[in-house]
Design a protein around this ligand. Structure first.
Ligand code: AMP
Length: 392
């Protein structure tokens, strides 16, 4: 069911409560922001609400203060940065609920940033009384924090019961648009590329994507659990021995969709310069740290044939060249396929870093801002923060 978008709201003269994801990285002590990417990501939504004549209240969590005030996790530096980026004054509230905050209600065209929601344990507990107090600050609610949409907290779910309308912000809208495009009736052939450290982190994703995609390419350390489950040698490679039966079953029921590496880049140690060899079979005493050249050729050919591409997780230890070749080749193939008209969505976290390192961020259709949330979406789980929004 499609959800209300901020574009559907009448905002003139209203106070809008926008749940944003300003969980930015800070220097030790919490004084300086080291990346303002998450703040920039919500600027279009904030600017849209201001242009429509709304007074804007912004709320976010930052870090894990565990329900207690902690000055090292204050959003105060975010207010300063946001003001710079908006080129407007941004008022900063000493808390997120209470009489003092209510008295700071922003006039149309003004912005108020609330203090860290997680200074109250009631936020993560999705406490009704706390939700009601948050709702009392505003007329309408907008959620632009895709990265926390997989959590049912007071500011993402509870509050919605106490407001007249709850809509998706522009960033949230874009995330849902692209993730839906690649999972609901994707244009064929469709492919998923799953890599990373552990099978155990991505079981549900693999199971769901096997239903959606025509092919599923496996890379990263998780490939070696699959190979070992087939009785193939894996040397000192990372293997989850307690997941061998599961890997075997996934392969047996995949209908031939799952593809595994056919060769490997190996080293005797987890080091960049301890040795590098390309092998078809992993020798004893060696660990596979990347997919090999024949696998690259095979995977690239599959990617270039595809019209829909989902990518989550690196093909090897891409942070440590020369074991970045597989990941870089996949990144470039995804970019080339997208240049040729394919739709591509890259999951957050390490895949986002890989896409940046390869210099192709602008050549994929969408890079998700939410690692955990996009993995849950791709697992077929309904995100509570999305489900709670008002239906269109
Ligand atoms: P994830 O967070 O599950 O996407 O895993 C990403 C991490 O997996 C990265 O830090 C990679 O360095 C690591 N990784 C990928 N391939 C391998 C491998 N073959 N051996 C060990 N670690 C790997």
């Amino acid at each position: 069911m499609a959800k209300l978008s901020i574009r559907d709201l009448q905002l003139q003269g209203k106070t809008v409560f926008i749940r944003v994801d300003f969980n930015v990285p800070l220097t030790a002590g919490g004084k300086e922001i080291t990346s303002d990417k998450r703040i920039r990501a919500s600027l279009p939504t904030i600017q849209y609400a201001l242009a429509q004549g709304a007074g804007v209240i912004l709320a976010s969590h930052l870090g894990r203060p565990k329900g207690k005030r902690n000055d090292e996790m204050s959003l105060a530096p975010v207010a300063v940065k946001l003001s710079e980026l908006l080129k407007l004054p941004v008022a900063f509230a000493p808390d997120c609920i209470g009489a003092e905050v209510e008295a700071m209600k922003p006039a149309p065209g003004a912005v108020l940033l609330l203090e860290n929601l997680r200074f109250h344990a009631a936020e993560e507990a999705n406490d009704p009384a706390f939700s009601k107090q948050l709702a009392a600050l505003a007329d309408v609610y907008v959620n632009d924090a895709f990265g926390t949409a997989h959590r049912a907290h007071a500011s993402t779910v509870g509050i919605i019961q106490y407001v007249s309308q709850a809509a998706a912000g522009l960033l949230m809208d874009k995330e849902l648009e692209y993730l839906t495009k690649v999972t609901a009736n994707p244009e064929k052939p469709s492919i998923s590329i799953i890599g990373g450290a552990k099978v155990s982190d991505k079981i549900e994703v693999i199971q769901n994507l096997l239903k959606i995609s025509d092919k599923l390419l496996i890379g990263g350390a998780m490939a070696y659990t699959f190979l070992k489950s087939q009785g193939l040698p894996t040397g000192k490679s990372l293997v989850e021995d307690d997941k061998l039966d599961l890997a075997k079953e996934l392969l047996a029921t995949s209908g031939g969709k799952l593809m595994l590496p056919i060769d490997h880049a190996v080293s005797p140690e987890f080091k960049a310069d301890a040795g590098y060899a390309e092998v078809a079979e992993i020798p004893e005493g060696q660990m596979a740290l990347d997919i090999g050249p024949k696998t690259i050729e095979l995977y690239v050919a599959e990617i270039l044939k595809s019209k829909t591409i989902i990518w989550n997780g690196p093909m090897g230890v891409f942070e440590m060249p020369p074991f970045d070749k597989g990941t870089m080749a996949v990144a470039n193939a995804v970019a080339t396929a997208t240049d040729g008209g394919a739709i591509s969505v890259v999951g957050g976290g390490d895949s986002e870093k890989a896409v940046k390192t390869a210099g192709i961020s602008d050549r994929v259709s969408h890079v998700s801002t939410g690692g955990g949330a996009s993995l849950e979406f791709l697992s077929g789980i309904t995100l509570p923060g999305v489900a709670a929004l008002t239906d269109k």
